[in-house]
Design a protein around this ligand. Structure first.
Ligand SMILES: Nc1ncnc2c1ncn2[C@@H]1O[C@H](COP(=O)(O)OP(=O)(O)O)[C@@H](O)[C@H]1O
Ligand SMILES: [Mg+2]
Length: 268
């Protein structure tokens, strides 16, 4: 695996509110995510995962600390810099419906991705070829989708369409915040498989956020454990989960019945 830094942070902190109402959602965390690495951020609800994700995405500003992108301090103060940054980082969220404009047909959704990548003036045939390829990457048939609206798809199909978008956009970083918690086990395994394919084929850095340490063990290279805004432990997935040092990690592991057994896709 390449050792080049993709996203890193030093003392990254987010404080909400003031005085009595102050919440330190993320508390002076350090992290180094590398190019092509599959990283999971694991913690219970309220541990600060989504807040950290929003800072990584540049949707909220850090109260303290510094985030670097490709080894340089990230500068996204201006609108233009932000727009540039957002070409390199994409997110998928829990609720796939929130990612789509409900009034746009699916081919418009996919064409938008091609446009965003600078392919606006490509010949129509080429665009269709790209959309067909993206759909087949996630086992969808483009011909069957062209005239549909997102709300006409099943939850599993919507999730897959979301990954087809990522395939077209080819960002450097994909941030997935609990993307599988609303879907059945079968589609979940498929989605995880597709995320790994994205990493393997496109070399994306994937930041996967979950409360499920078993899932993190199964899917990631590196695991960061968050408890109440702090990163209490991190390292290679095997090391953190088979030889945890923090009590919090041990507790998370004890809550998972069969973590030491081989994970196979049908049981995820
Ligand atoms: N916009 C906000 N204003 C105030 N408090 C917030 C806000 N967003 C999150 N928090 C608080 O920050 C803490 C971490 O929340 P969050 O990042 O959503 O955790 P997680 O995603 O791990 O469940 C929680 O205590 C939450 O109530
Ligand atoms: Mg969350």
């Amino acid at each position: 695996m390449a050792k080049e830094l993709c996203l890193s942070g030093k003392n990254v902190t987010k404080i909400f509110g003031f005085g009595d109402k102050k919440t330190i959602a993320v508390n002076h965390v350090d992290f180094n995510f590398h190019v092509g690495e599959f990283v999971s951020i694991v913690g219970e609800s309220g541990s600060g995962k989504t807040t950290l994700a929003k800072m990584l995405l540049g949707l909220i500003h850090e109260s303290e600390g510094e985030i670097s992108f490709l080894g340089k301090p990230r500068d996204i103060k201006g609108r233009k810099q932000k727009r540039e940054y957002w070409k390199d980082i994409q997110a998928i969220f829990q609720d796939p419906f929130s990612s789509y404009n409900v009034f746009h047909k699916i081919d418009a959704v996919l064409l938008d991705c091609i446009k965003m990548r600078g392919g606006k003036n490509l010949p129509h045939d080429k665009k269709v070829e790209m959309m067909t390829e993206a759909c087949s990457f996630v086992n969808l048939k483009f011909e069957e989708l062209t005239n549909k609206y997102p709300f006409e798809l099943s939850g599993g199909q919507m999730q897959r369409l979301m990954i087809a978008r990522i395939f077209l956009l080819k960002p450097k970083i994909l941030l997935a915040d609990e993307p599988t918690s609303m879907i059945d086990a079968c589609s979940r395994a498929t989605i995880l498989d597709m995320l790994q394919n994205l990493r393997n084929e496109i070399g994306m850095t994937i930041i996967f956020i979950t409360h499920d340490i078993g899932l993190a063990y199964y899917i990631s290279d590196t695991v960061y454990i968050m408890e109440k805004g702090n990163i209490v432990e991190y390292g290679p997935a095997e090391q953190v989960i088979l030889h945890p040092s923090a009590d919090y990690t041990k507790r998370l592991i004890n809550d998972v019945p069969k973590i030491h057994e081989e994970w196979d896709l049908s049981t995820v």
